[in-house]
Design a protein around this ligand. Sequence first.
Ligand code: DXP
Ligand SMILES: NCC(=O)COP(=O)(O)O
Length: 254
Amino acid sequence: MSFLQPSGTIIDLGVNIDHVATLRNARGTQYPDPIRAALLAEQAGADCITLHLREDRRHIKDADVIALAPKLLTRMNLEAAVTQEMIDFACKIRPADVCLVPEKRTEVTTEGGLDVVGNYNAVERAVKQLQAEGIRVSLFIDAEAEQMDATAAVGAPVIELHTGRYADTEGAEQTAELERIYRGVLHGVSKGLKVNAGHGLHYTNVQAIAAIPEIAELNIGHAIVAHSVFVGWENAVREMKAIMVSTRLGRGAQ
Ligand SMILES: CC(=O)[C@@H](O)[C@H](O)COP(=O)(O)O
Ligand SMILES: NCC(=O)COP(=O)(O)O
């Protein structure tokens, strides 16, 4: 496909530290410290730190967000559900970015994109409240034109396309998902949106997504935490960033 041509455009890596907190919470210890992981990830090449304060606090806790905010050298991308509790909390923290994501208590991980069309008024209220605090708002959505059109209408300048189905499929199904994402990226750009992507990306499926030149940022967490078990945290971050950048520059996987 044409998007596989090297473009040399910049692509940012947002490192999601949720599952460093998962490991910490497994025993109720203070280690591994997600704040230390975030600062080391920045030194290893992360362009931003993403963390998801879930309503059930299964991994990231309020205290993690509060402790990390003043220490970050890059920028915080706080993921949160569209609830008054989370929007009020985000407005107190005032991260550079807030990404509004859907949440179901019973889900193992995020299962789909935010239904902006079906929750338009609530999303619009949240976007306006966050933007009044100077926060840039991103909506985590599936690569569907109507969701992107609603995102533009509600005034959010950024979308993050859910790559979960692409990550969970293979062969012709995965190729179809990749084409759907590519068409979604082009539609999002045509609506004037900054287009990011994330969920389920890892060291051998990230290349095809990173090769799409109009994608500005990838948010990746679970795979980096998993890989760090074998290569170390900073190396895992460096390797992912190197794959993304070399893909963009057309040098193939390094
Ligand atoms: C929105 C998304 O895809 C992830 O950033 C999110 O953090 C997934 O939730 P878990 O980290 O709890 O799996
Ligand atoms: N929004 C996606 C994200 O932050 C990380 O998702 P994953 O890589 O942990 O699946």
